[in-house]
Design a protein. Sequence first.
Length: 189
Amino acid sequence: MTQEFESTPAVVHQVRRLQVDVVGVPYEDFRERYEAAVPALDEPRFEELKGSNADWDTVLTATAENSPHDFIIYWRNDVTAMMSLAGNEARCTQYLMGNHGMAERMYRYDAAVMLYAPLRTTLVGDPDGAVRFCVDQPSTQFSSFGDSRIARVGAELDEELARLLESLEVGVPAALAMTGDGEFPTSMG
């Protein structure tokens, strides 16, 4: 006999996947550039802060010191070796990239935002040498919570992502560009 549980209604929403072509830069070179722009979480520093019972402002300052482009890598997985065992030639590295200060600004309203925070990104190198950076557009993920305060932070993450892509000298998808009225495009086209 199965036990029935009450649950909240399912939320159906669209997410825009952004795929940015990295032109003229080999996979390894772009991966190094990305990981320099978005460094790994300084775990010893954050363990030190946790042990000293630091206040949130101190944590945010440490975050800013660790994230030149407002993002840090919390996790990295190079799946290339595993997938090559099946004969695949594509290269791929997955990341969880984010900023816990921005995540907290959403978490306070709904802890379920952690479903999408940190952001999941992938770097793909096709066998023909083409390189792509892929990420789901943050605003399309966080707007699904139906809370304008969370959606606003999602839009800020779009802006931060656009600045990161500019710093990496790759194209910025139109979906991340603000319109003349200071709003982001809403069409899923």
